[in-house]
Ligand binder design. Structure first.
Ligand SMILES: *Cc1c(COP(=O)(O)O)cnc(C)c1O
Length: 361
């Protein structure tokens, strides 16, 4: 078997031990004569996996007791609609910080439901930076503030989260969930599609403060009701059992390597390798992002021209360095360094960048 280094932005690389365990048990789960994904989601075996996954999330990510942990379908995009449907009530408005493509998607959906205010827009800088705290003024009567912690396409990341006081803060963490500890006291809701840092596609992890959840509208079709999902422990309808299982296996892998501390150490090392290479290239590789806003999950860069970028990508493929093409909206190169990307992958990429520059300078 030969695995390549997969730098794709999502779906993306998963821990090998998690994939191996799933494949070993796929046909016969623990001597039951059937697969976990063929079993009832109401049975004892699935129930144990489901609850263990919640417990592992709480343990590894230090999620406080006053937050609910939910597994919902429809990915992060579903939350772009579900949040305003539940929390953006008649006569209220929500604040949005526009840092790039994903914050924009969220506000576009919210506008269909109610009033929105853009309190900061990075358009003039081509979405290459996160605002500083003193550039932000939150509306005191806003229903909530929405921001995107890591813009997966632009490669910028909030290093810290603003204190929004009494205004609830909702953060889309689809591309940096479980990659760093969070200041839970400032947050009211966090959501993330699972296919970047946790599991296959098909689910959103939703963490929601109990007080805030009580404000959600209940006069909505069943699936859009946070209160129902909370009452039923994400088992109101059939949950995506395979994705929950893979999330469970990924979390066990994180625990086995040393938990969040080790995840953080690897994250800094991987991002450091690439940014050092870019910064030391004498301008051959260019990262368009303001230094203080650089993402440690998605590193983006350009080469001197587009022909060289094509050549770079073609040679990467031959080196077993895959999925590096920048998003179609922005072009260039993008390396996604999610939790399951080994440090050796970033080393191999940095080494290749050096050789490519020397051969094509
Ligand atoms: C990928 C991504 C999304 C969309 O996620 P889906 O699960 O495909 O709906 C939303 N926000 C961010 C920051 C993303 O990276």
């Amino acid at each position: 078997m030969s695995r390549i280094y997969n730098f794709a932005a999502g779906p993306s690389t998963l821990p090998l031990p998690a994939l191996e365990e799933a494949s070993a048990k796929l046909v016969d789960f623990g001597g039951t004569g059937m697969s976990l994904i063929e079993m009832s989601h109401r049975g004892k075996i699935y129930d144990a996996i489901h609850n263990e996954t919640v417990a592992l999330l709480r343990e590894l990510f230090l999620i406080p007791e006053d937050f609910h942990v939910l597994f919902l379908q429809g990915g992060a995009t579903m939350q772009f609609g579900m949040v305003p449907m539940a929390f953006l009530k008649e006569g209220a408005a929500a604040d949005f910080v526009l840092t790039g493509s994903w914050a924009l998607r969220a506000v576009e959906d919210a506008r269909l439901i109610g009033e929105t205010n853009i309190i900061w827009d990075g358009k003039d800088d081509n979405y290459t930076r996160i605002p500083s705290m003193d550039e932000l003024t939150f509306n005191r009567d806003a229903a909530y503030v929405h921001l995107c912690s890591n813009e997966t396409i632009g490669g910028i990341q909030w290093q810290d989260f603003p204190d929004t006081g009494d205004v609830p803060l909702i953060v889309d963490m689809s591309s940096d969930i479980i990659s760093r500890p969070l200041p839970w006291d400032r947050l009211d809701m966090v959501f993330a599609g699972t296919q970047k840092n946790l599991a296959p596609a098909g689910m959103a992890l939703v963490l929601i403060r109990k007080d805030f959840a009580r404000k959600a509208r209940t006069d909505l079709p069943a699936y859009f009701r946070y209160d129902l999902h909370i009452d039923k422990n994400s088992l109101y309808n059939t949950p995506p059992t395979f994705v929950v299982w893979m999330t469970n296996l990924t979390l066990k892998w994180i625990k086995s390597i040393g938990g969040m501390a080790e995840i953080e150490r690897r994250r800094k090392r991987k991002a450091g390798l690439l940014y050092d290479m870019i910064d030391g290239s004498g301008g051959y590789y260019r990262n368009p992002v303001e230094k203080a806003s650089r993402s440690q999950m998605n590193v983006v860069w350009r080469l001197p021209d587009e022909e060289l970028e094509k050549k770079f990508l073609a040679e990467c493929d031959r080196e077993g360095l895959n999925g590096l093409k920048g998003h179609r909206d922005v072009g260039g190169i993008r390396a996604s360094l999610y939790n399951a990307m080994p440090v050796e992958g970033a080393e191999a990429l940095a080494d290749f960048m050096k050789r490519f520059m020397e051969g094509n300078g």
